[in-house]
Design a protein. Structure first.
Lengths: 250, 178
């Protein structure tokens, strides 16, 4: 959470906004302790419910605004899953939609001044990415058996090159969850930290604080874009990995 | 630059390093994330997604229905136009028939009337002719009588005692015939 800083000199603590604190009192954080993570994840669930459940309760043929938003999100993700993975992937659409909505809302809620961004934490994005990685890998073996290993054996390459390519493919396969999670957390964290640094300057520059304020505004605009794009990137990569599991042949 | 070091002094008060790498908070985050994902998944999968899907399907159905009914109405309109044209043609043909019939009837009446008029005219003409003939005959007789009387008178005056009424009459008749 962002705290009110004392305004004497530079008090730039760009990382303080990412601190995890218990909601009630202070003390050790156990695995079950309700923290600001709990609060903002709960808010994300509430917003998702309001938007996607209450917003569509009219079930109107001509949609209201909120129903329109819900339908557009549904259509957007549905089409993405269908385009990337084909008809077979639509079975997993609810999982992918859940991921998309959670990341999108967490990113956007994190842009509210003073809020806490759950997706800026590696622990969160790593669990999301590992879930996708494990799920897709298990699914690949269940669906294709040992043929799933054909993903690493590039049959279109010359025979001599194939073992080398297989090593590279295996490494790149296991790097997937790392890049998948760090891309999201890194983007979100960096943007928020930059805004905080500029905010620290603004407190100390007096009249000239107009420049950091303009910068904050610009970076904020960029962050809104990043929030949506990173949710999109995470989702489409999930679709791509799922497609590999469903159709492992190169 | 002096200020930055000053800032660094303050940083000591806050947690050192990145909170992201503070492993003591990981179980907490992971637990709440899993709870959140499960709850969100159930809300979306049980309520939101089926509802949106049914709304979209309904809309697709409604659009299809509207298109179908529009197609049907268009067909009906075409049929109605055809029927109208047919009725028009029928009416024309019927009118033609009626006109023809009326004409034929009128012709028949006319012919009958003409024949009747001709007959009447002929009868009248015959009657008139008869009357004229009677008049002519009576006038010819009168002329003969007058001529006989006149001739007898002339003969009596010129040659008294000669000729009798019978001879004079024959002479006059011969003269009139000539």
């Amino acid at each position: 959470m962002a705290e009110a800083e004392s305004s004497t000199g530079f008090n730039i603590h760009p990382m303080d906004q990412f601190q995890i604190k218990p909601l009630f009192g202070a003390g050790e954080i156990h695995w079950y302790t309700p923290t600001n993570v709990t609060l903002w994840m709960l808010i994300a669930v509430v917003v998702a419910t309001v938007l996607l459940v209450l917003g569509t309760r009219g079930r109107a043929v001509i949609p209201s605004r909120s129903q329109s938003i819900a339908e557009m999100m549904y259509g957007f993700v549905y089409k993405m899953v269908e385009d990337v993975t084909g008809k077979e992937g639509l079975k997993y659409f609810p999982y992918i939609f859940t991921l998309f909505i959670f990341i999108l809302l967490a990113n956007f809620l994190g842009l509210i001044p003073g809020s806490f961004t759950t997706t800026s934490h590696i622990a969160v994005t790593a669990v999301l990415a590992l879930g996708v990685f494990l799920g897709v890998t298990i699914l690949g073996f269940v669906k294709n058996g040992t043929k799933f290993l054909g993903l690493f054996w590039v049959s279109s390459a010359p025979l001599a090159l194939r073992p080398v390519l297989a090593v590279i493919e295996i490494i790149s396969y296991f790097v997937r969850p790392v890049s998948h999670s760090i891309r999201l957390a890194g983007n979100v964290m960096a943007g928020h930290a930059v805004i905080k640094v500029f905010a620290g300057f603004a407190g100390a520059l007096g009249v000239f604080s107009i420049f950091p304020i303009i910068s904050i505004t610009a970076v904020y605009g960029l962050e809104v874009l990043v929030a949506a794009i990173q949710a999109y990137v995470f989702t489409i990569l999930t679709c791509v990995y799922l497609n590999d599991a469903l159709h492992p042949s190169h | 630059m002096a200020e930055t070091t000053h800032g660094a002094d303050h940083a000591v008060e806050s947690a050192p390093g990145m909170p992201q790498l503070d492993f003591s908070t990981f179980p907490n985050q992971i637990f709440w994330l899993l709870v959140t994902l499960v709850v969100l998944y159930f809300i979306l999968n049980r309520v939101a997604l089926p509802r949106i899907a049914s709304v979209l399907a309904d809309r697709q159905g409604a659009i299809q229905r509207d298109l179908d009914s529009a197609e049907q109405m268009k067909r009906q309109a075409l049929e109605a136009e055809e029927a109208y044209n047919k009725a028009l043609a029928d009416a024309r043909a019927q009118a033609q028939d009626i006109v023809g019939e009326a004409k034929a009837e009128i012709q028949k009446d006319l012919d009958k009337a003409i024949v009747k008029a001709d007959a009447e005219i002929a009868a009248k003409a015959a009657e008139s002719e008869k009357a004229i003939k009677e008049i002519r005959d009576s006038s010819a007789k009168s002329i003969q009588e007058v001529a006989n009387a006149t001739a007898a008178d002339i003969v009596k005056a010129m040659m008294p005692g000669s000729g009798d009424a019978k001879t004079i009459k024959a002479a006059v008749a011969a003269r009139l015939k000539g």
